[in-house]
Design a protein around this ligand. Structure first.
Ligand SMILES: *Cc1c(COP(=O)(O)O)cnc(C)c1O
Length: 427
């Protein structure tokens, strides 16, 4: 019979788990254990030889379980399943998105190196770059939204550090404005500045698109990073992260993880295995709802601009990049409310179904005010350049009935109207 290639969503319930090793249990149990018993001293010796890279792995040999900071069945099965979505060789899961990101930056950058990154970045990443990497002597260049590739190449050359370019770090689409950068073009820039064994890597934080809607490794990136707290976890009940890439790079990431000890716990890994079973249906529903929400907001008299990939105009450069590298417009919708902070807050304070909270990608819809919340730490001038104003509201759309979401938006926007009218009367 011809070999059938199953789609990732069909494998999320079973892939990588052998019931016969767990009393026939249909579901993978939680391996809540710190250490693993060796059958013999010889076996223990062989496991350590592999773990420390003292000899090559023989073809049929599997790395043995030693100690849960190094490996654990829940982590390994989770990593194997995550590899399927991004078609990656290997994956490492972390106790948070930030630990995944900081471990990658620490492993591949050293004092004197140059890091080029896209703006705006996730606040925690931005802080780590400016307050930690700069302190240890890593040079950085931030690219602004819409900046052409030639301008970026010029900035790298003009920096005098072109020969030390070690990484291009991208976040696309960017939070909260959904600005996109062309991953393929930046991977060509990285190649242009790579020489022999001095490779400039491209790392992409793909949290905003989850493992379904964009596959950076297929666009030429070397590493893809996730806050698994968001779509992958999907239920707003855990914090975790993941990194994926080729074997060579992932050996380095996993080795540093072993020594920083920032791997995910078996219990969180188990929750993530459960989450992965519904990843596709959740994300499908979320993006479907988000398009309905964006279409509704676009035509609302209290709303000025809606920033959503599903509303990009055909023929624009952004639309072309979107067509090339995204499979769906995602479930993050931002918009400018007419007025300012007062109008934005009135809207947020009157939502009844959507919750007023930061984070994203969960089953429930969330709303927040980037300028005073997620992006409060960003420099004001940069914030203006990136259109993060008093008027901007960010929504993460969940799996509720779309009619209920529209009802909620309608009534909360309605409050903005009456609020402004009342103000006028007082005057
Ligand atoms: C949330 C988030 C992170 C950080 O992840 P944690 O799991 O909170 O540590 C990084 N990047 C993006 C784009 C995020 O949304």
């Amino acid at each position: 019979m011809k070999k059938h290639d199953f789609n990732p969503e069909s494998l999320m319930m079973t892939y990588g788990y052998k019931p016969e090793l767990s009393e026939g249990a249909i579901k993978c149990p939680i391996f809540q254990t710190s250490t693993f018993v060796f059958k013999t001293a010889e076996e223990g010796k062989a496991f350590f030889e592999l773990a420390y890279g003292l000899r090559e792995k023989s073809p049929k040999e599997e790395p043995g379980l030693i100690y849960s900071r190094i490996n654990n069945p829940n982590l390994e099965i989770l990593e194997n399943r995550l590899c399927l979505w991004d078609k990656a060789d290997d994956c490492a899961v972390f106790e948070s998105g930030m630990s995944a990101i900081s471990t990658v930056l620490l492993e591949f950058l050293k004092p004197g190196d140059l890091l080029v990154y896209s703006n705006p970045l996730y606040g925690g990443t931005d802080h780590f770059i400016h307050h930690f990497l700069n302190k240890i002597g890593v040079h950085t260049i931030g690219i602004m939204p819409g900046q052409g590739i030639d301008g970026v190449i010029k900035m790298i050359k003009d920096s005098g550090k072109a020969d030390r370019l070690a990484m291009i770090y991208l976040e696309t689409p960017a939070n909260p404005t959904n600005n996109i950068v062309d991953i393929d073009k930046f991977s060509q820039v990285a190649k242009q500045f790579s020489k022999g064994d001095k490779q400039a890597l491209v790392a992409v934080d793909n949290t905003y698109m989850g493992p379904l809607w964009q596959h950076p490794l297929q666009c030429g990136a070397d590493l893809v990073l996730y806050s698994a707290t968001k779509y992958i976890g999907g239920h707003s009940d855990l914090i975790a992260g993941a990194v994926l890439g080729n074997v060579e790079l992932m050996v380095r990431v996993k080795t540093l993880r072993t020594f920083l000890g920032n791997m995910v716990s078996p219990h969180t890994a188990w929750l993530l295995l459960r989450s992965l079973e519904t990843l596709k249906v959740r994300m499908d529903q979320q993006t479907q709802n988000a398009q309905i929400v964006a279409d509704y907001l676009k035509n609302h008299s209290k709303v000025k601009n809606v920033y959503y990939l599903g509303l990009l105009e055909e023929g624009t450069e952004m639309y072309q990049v979107y067509q090339k590298q995204c499979f769906a417009p995602g479930a993050m919708v931002s918009f400018d409310i007419i007025g300012g902070e007062k109008e934005a807050f009135t809207f947020l304070n009157h939502l009844k179904l959507m919750k007023l909270a930061v984070s994203l990608g969960g089953t429930e819809s969330l709303a927040e005010h980037p300028k005073t919340m997620t992006h409060a730490g960003v420099d004001e001038e940069q914030r203006q350049q990136m259109k993060i104003t008093d008027q901007l509201v960010r929504l993460s759309i969940g799996i509720e009935h779309s009619k209920d979401l529209i009802w909620d938006l309608k009534q909360a926007l309605g409050k903005v109207e009456s609020y402004s009218t009342k103000e006028l009367k007082v005057i």
